[in-house]
Design a protein around this ligand. Structure first.
Ligand SMILES: [Zn+2]
Length: 443
């Protein structure tokens, strides 16, 4: 059986892939200009036209859009708004973002967009080791959320699928014991919580369940080695990080068996990394904001969408033989904060907390302002079987945070096991107490 779902595409030489991307880019920019009122206006305002695209790099002459563009243009002129490039009658599905702050944004799909999306999902599941003989439980929310329909990609691959949705932990543990699914998708915080809950009731996820592969998305954890390994140990399973955006697909990228970055669907997404402040395009491999142009989605093309995700994009061939580039996401631009001129990413704090001995791995970050500079405080939990007093635990955490991040937290608070609220989807781990600052959450 092949290692690849679409071998010719996944292992194509870069020149071949980029040639295909260029053809699709020319077409989508023309299509957007011709059919979406927003792009016609913004390209005209910027003095650019579709024929300016001669090579992939020419995309940098075009204006950016972001989440605010989506919000502001939604419902303008028509139900789907000014970024949409097809009439509503051609649209068969919309997902919406969580909209935890502000208006949720819709993402429309034509029939072809939807089918192509599910083919990408099949490819990513296959890459993460799913095969026809797998029993798969899709434990993601189906209501409005773009991750829901991804289960169709697993079905198209031939796996036996169980549409789990958001079940209570008790119910999910029951299904894991009775149906013995071999693969599961949920969020990193939830799979950790679920494993802990099972263990506390005398169930051993390693022996009493049949899970061999866990897919996670929605949070950073799957790409933080200490978190990944802790989950793998708890479950006796391999963990694969997936990455998606409600604006594009439920999953746009996933890990292969080498767990080294996430292969992104470059046949659908042209990836750029840009400087956070100047917006200038950076060479592959440099850390910046990830910017995506959708190459094939017709219902609502995204041309130069600033994702707010900070990371790197590399294009060298992976040990798995795939030539599709890989992204390494470090966190959300909005979640980054600056302490004594040092950029602090919550993912770095998680990296440290998950690597500590004698703690549960749960944490909360509080950011406050003191003397005109930001400070941060970290709350952690001591494991129920750790007899150590709190102080040395706090001291170890503080030292490790300083070593990783460069600046010490103001304080580390140690609480007993179970004090921090567990989350079923996306854990809210940051409390920002600085003066009112708009801090939109990722979806
Ligand atoms: Zn690979």
């Amino acid at each position: 059986m092949s290692n690849y779902w679409a071998e010719a595409l996944e292992t194509a030489p870069r020149e071949v892939l980029e040639q295909k991307q260029l053809g699709d880019l020319k077409e989508i920019v023309q299509f957007a200009y011709g059919h979406a009122p927003y792009y016609r206006r913004s390209f005209n305002d910027a003095g650019v036209k579709p024929s300016d695209i001669q090579g992939l790099k020419d995309i940098e002459r075009f204006p950016f859009i972001n989440k605010k563009t989506q919000r502001d243009s939604q419902g303008v002129g028509s139900f789907l708004g000014e970024l949409a490039a097809v009439p509503e009658e051609d649209v068969i599905f919309v997902s919406t973002s969580s909209g935890s702050t502000g208006v949720p944004t819709m993402s429309p799909f034509t029939k072809k967009d939807f089918d192509e999306w599910q083919d990408v999902e099949s490819r990513l599941f296959w890459m993460a080791g799913m095969r026809k003989n797998d029993r798969y439980i899709h434990a993601l929310n189906f209501s409005l959320y773009v991750g829901g329909p991804d289960v169709i990609g697993a079905q198209n691959l031939g796996a036996l699928c169980i549409w789990g949705g958001t079940l209570s932990s008790e119910r999910l543990i029951f299904i894991l014991k009775e149906y013995k699914p071999t693969a599961m998708w949920t969020s990193p915080s939830y799979v950790w919580h679920l494993g802990e809950t099972a263990t506390k009731t005398g169930v051993d996820p390693k022996k009493d369940f049949g899970i061999k592969r866990i897919f996670v998305a929605g949070e950073m954890g799957g790409s933080i080695p200490a978190t990944r390994q802790a989950i793998e140990r708890l479950w006796g399973a391999d963990l694969y990080d997936f990455y998606g955006l409600s604006d594009i697909f439920g999953a746009c990228a996933a890990m292969c068996e080498h767990h080294d970055g996430l292969h992104i669907a470059e046949d659908h997404i042209l990836v750029e990394t840009v400087d956070l402040d100047t917006g200038e395009m950076l060479p592959p491999g440099e850390r910046g904001e990830l910017v995506y142009t959708t190459l094939r989605k017709r219902a609502r093309p995204l041309i130069r969408f600033r994702t707010g995700d900070i990371g790197r994009f590399v294009t060298d061939k992976c040990a798995c033989g795939r030539t599709l580039g890989r992204i390494y996401v470090d966190g959300r631009k909005d979640d980054m904060f600056i302490v004594s001129a040092v950029n602090v990413y919550p993912s770095d704090i998680e990296f440290v907390v998950r690597g500590l001995e004698g703690v549960t791995g749960e944490y909360l970050i509080r950011i406050m302002e003191e003397n005109f500079t930001a400070q941060y405080e970290v709350t952690i939990e001591k494991s129920h079987n750790n007899p150590e007093p709190d102080e040395p635990v706090a001291e170890r955490a503080s030292t490790a945070l300083k070593a990783r991040i460069g600046v010490k937290p103001k304080k580390v608070i140690v609480l007993p096991d179970g004090s921090i609220e567990r989350s079923t989807h996306k854990a809210k781990r940051i409390i920002d107490e600085r003066k009112k600052k708009a801090r939109p959450r990722s979806e």
